[in-house]
Design a protein around this ligand. Structure first.
Ligand SMILES: C[S@@+](CC[C@H](N)C(=O)[O-])C[C@H]1O[C@@H](n2cnc3c(N)ncnc32)[C@H](O)[C@@H]1O
Length: 231
C-alpha cells in the first residue's frame, strides 16, 4: 500500500469517526462490562470499506499460527469481518463473541450473506470477563481493536487464559498509545496485561496502513505457575 493510500485510509477513518460522532452524538456508550459502539450499521460499513486490508493481514497471521480446523475464539468480534475471513480463507472453526447483541446480530447476518446456510462461524453474546465456555476450549484466541473497550482488561485476559488449551496462545491487536484520535489517552496495551495471568511473549507494532503502525500485536501465553507449567 502506498503512502498516499495509507494517509487516505487514515483520513477516511478520521472522517468516518467524525460522521458517526455527528450522527450518534458520541462514538460509544457504556454498558456493564465495556463500551459499545453506538451506530452498529455505520461501524459495519466503515470497517468493511476502510479496514479490509487490516483484517486481511491479521487473518493471514492468524491463519499461519493456527492449524486448519483449529477452534478459534474471537473476542469483541464486532460485525464479524475477521471471523468470516478466518473461516472462509483459512478453514478455521471460529466462534465470535461480543458484549453487544446488536453487533452479534450484525455478525450473524454478515456470515449468512457469505456462507448461506452452510457451516459458518458462530456468534454469541457475552462479556470477555465472564466467558460462557468450558476451560481449555480453544486452540487460539484472537481479538482486534476491542481490549480498550473492556471495563476490566486484566479480568478479560484472565478469562482468555482460561480458554487456552495446552500450548495455545492469544493474539491481541489494539491501538498503540497516542496514535489514534479519540484514543490518545488510553494506556499502552502491554500495561493492561499486568496481573492477568498471561505473559507477553512479544509486543510488535503492526504495520498497517502501509509502513505506519497504528496498532500493536500482542502474543500472550499463560504465565508459568510456581512449580510447573502454565495451566
Ligand atoms: C471497536 S469495536 C472492534 C470490533 C472488531 N473486533 C473490529 O476489529 O472491527 C470493539 C468491540 O468490542 C466489544 N466489547 C466491548 N466490551 C466488551 C466486553 N467486555 N466483552 C466482549 N466484547 C466487548 C464492543 O461491543 C465492540 O463490538
Amino acid at each position: 500500500m502506498r503512502l498516499a493510500t495509507s494517509f487516505a485510509v487514515l483520513a477516511g477513518v478520521a472522517a468516518a469517526i467524525a460522521v458517526i460522532r455527528h450522527r450518534a452524538g458520541a462514538l460509544g456508550r457504556s454498558a456493564p462490562g465495556g463500551t459499545l459502539i453506538n451506530d452498529v450499521c455505520a461501524y459495519d460499513t466503515m470497517t468493511r470499506v476502510l479496514l479490509g486490508s487490516l483484517y486481511r493481514s491479521i487473518a493471514a497471521d492468524v491463519g499461519a499460527a493456527a492449524p486448519r480446523q483449529a477452534r478459534v475464539l474471537e473476542v469483541g468480534c464486532g460485525p464479524g469481518h475477521l471471523a468470516v475471513r478466518l473461516a472462509r480463507d483459512y478453514g478455521l472453526d471460529v466462534t465470535g463473541l461480543d458484549l453487544d447483541p446488536a453487533m452479534v446480530e450484525r455478525a450473524r447476518a454478515n456470515a449468512t450473506r457469505e456462507f448461506g446456510e452452510g457451516p459458518r462461524p458462530s456468534f454469541v453474546v457475552g462479556d470477555v470477563s465472564a466467558l460462557p465456555f468450558e476451560d481449555k476450549s480453544f486452540d487460539l484466541v484472537v481479538s482486534t481493536l476491542s481490549m480498550h473497550h473492556w471495563d476490566d482488561p486484566a479480568a478479560g485476559l484472565s478469562e482468555i487464559g482460561r480458554m487456552l488449551r495446552p500450548g495455545a496462545r492469544a493474539l491481541v491487536w489494539d491501538f498503540r498509545r497516542g496514535v489514534v484520535p479519540l484514543h490518545s489517552d488510553m494506556p499502552d496495551p502491554v500495561e493492561r496485561t499486568h496481573h492477568s495471568g498471561l505473559r507477553v511473549v512479544s509486543a510488535t507494532p503492526w504495520r498497517w496502513p502501509w509502513k505506519l503502525a497504528v496498532t500493536q500485536r500482542l502474543e500472550l501465553v499463560p504465565e508459568v505457575t510456581q512449580g510447573g507449567a502454565g495451566p
